[in-house]
Write a protein that binds this ligand. Sequence first.
Ligand code: ACO
Length: 331
Amino acid sequence: MARPGILGVGASVPEKRLTNHDLEGMVSTSDEWITQRTGIRERRILREGEDPTVLGIEAAQGALTAAGLGAEEVELVITPSNVQIMPVPGSSALILSGLRVRDGPRANHVPFFDIVAGCTGFIYALEVARHMLYGGYRHILVIGLEALSRFTNWQERETCVLFGDGAGAVVVGTVEGERGILSSYLAAESAKWPLLQVEAGGTQLPASRETVAAGQHFLKMEGRGVFEEAVRMMEEASLRALEQAHVTKEEVAWYVPHQANLRILKAFARRLNIPWSKVLVNIDRYGNTSTASIPLALAEAVRDNRLRKGDLVVLAGFGAGVTYGASVIRW
Ligand code: ACO
């Protein structure tokens, strides 16, 4: 049987490391507090002037190489992210332009769009890509790109210790046999959107001297509230997606939850009653990279041969909106 699946995965992170010790010199915090409360030891951050588009392009090129495809074989680009590279046009346009798709049937005419669904954006985009494949597309790039360091208040210790920059991409295409995306469950509780927001810079509150002075362009978050919802939502989504795929949680080789906080990941594993050794974790080195965190973890696991062909994988996410969801994939 042929069904939509992942043909290749790639990732890219900025070169600059920001350690907890570096943060000790910026806000009133400590390596001990950050490590114990979040599990993060360091994160990658774009330097001033560095273009986040490059991360998206490199991740996409990595995924294409892994899939054995050239950029000219891409027929659609979908970029999930919380905050776009520019307000207009969407990030996909900039990444696609950098990929320089000059040859092939769709040269210079490849359609694209962005998805804003919080940190669950990658799972949402994967599900859209799956359905587009049934509609006749053959190779779709899904690129989770996030540069939240540019929206972080570096004087607010509650948030600045959490986030990192990065990009992760997959090529979605048709795979054979038992492999492929077996199920997907998407959900949201939109009444809870105030838990995570960037107030200004949109049409409700356009950028002005006042909004900049009041710090309204920075990401604001109710950490405790998000924490509680995250665990419940990722558990619920995973169970529903497993049920839809007609597989049991014991059959799963790898759980790949959105890397938001190590304590959230541990609580997720406890609630699902799954062995901790089956959870892919890289938050210690990258922090929360939002829509990039799941493909980034997948790319690493493929690279070091932990994630193998035929493995059953559960992706689970939650994020601003508040959105949540899960996918079950036979790798
Ligand atoms: N360093 C030292 N102390 C700190 C820091 C810090 N960086 N940040 C907060 N504190 C202090 C607080 O001021 C508070 O002090 P007080 O007791 O004197 O008032 C104390 O530590 C405890 O603060 P809490 O907020 O209760 O700490 P908590 O254990 O809940 O951890 C955290 C906070 C890490 C934010 C946690 O709630 C969390 O991870 N929440 C989820 C966040 C998340 O997932 N966000 C992303 C979602 S989606 C997206 O990425 C867009």
